[in-house]
Ligand binder design. Structure first.
Ligand code: ZN
Length: 88
C-alpha cells in the first residue's frame, strides 16, 4: 500500500453506476461501465482504494434498492446502512 494514493468515488451521469477512480489532476474521466466521458462534477467519497471500493459496493446496493421501489415485483430485504457515511 502506497501512502498518499487517493481515490474518488464517482457516479456516471449516463448509467448511474458508482465506481472508484484514482484522483488525477484531470477533471475528465471515463465510466468503467459504459465508457461515457464526463467531467468530474461530484465526488461521493474519498480515501484509500479499499475504502472506496467498499463505499461503492454499498452505494450500488442502495441504488439497487431504489430500483426495487420502482419495480416492486419482489420484496427486497432491508439493508443495514447505519454505518454508511454518505457524502451526498
Ligand atoms: Zn456509465
Amino acid at each position: 500500500f502506497k501512502m498518499g494514493q487517493e481515490f474518488n468515488v464517482l457516479r456516471c451521469f449516463s448509467c448511474q453506476t458508482f465506481q472508484v477512480h484514482q484522483v488525477k489532476k484531470s477533471k475528465k474521466w471515463n465510466c468503467k461501465m459504459c465508457g461515457e466521458k464526463q467531467s468530474l462534477l461530484k465526488v461521493y467519497g474519498q480515501g484509500s482504494g479499499a475504502d472506496c471500493r467498499r463505499h461503492v459496493q454499498k452505494l450500488n446496493a442502495l441504488r439497487g434498492e431504489v430500483l426495487e421501489v420502482h419495480h416492486p415485483r419482489k420484496r427486497a430485504k432491508k439493508q443495514k446502512v447505519k454505518g454508511l457515511h454518505l457524502m451526498i
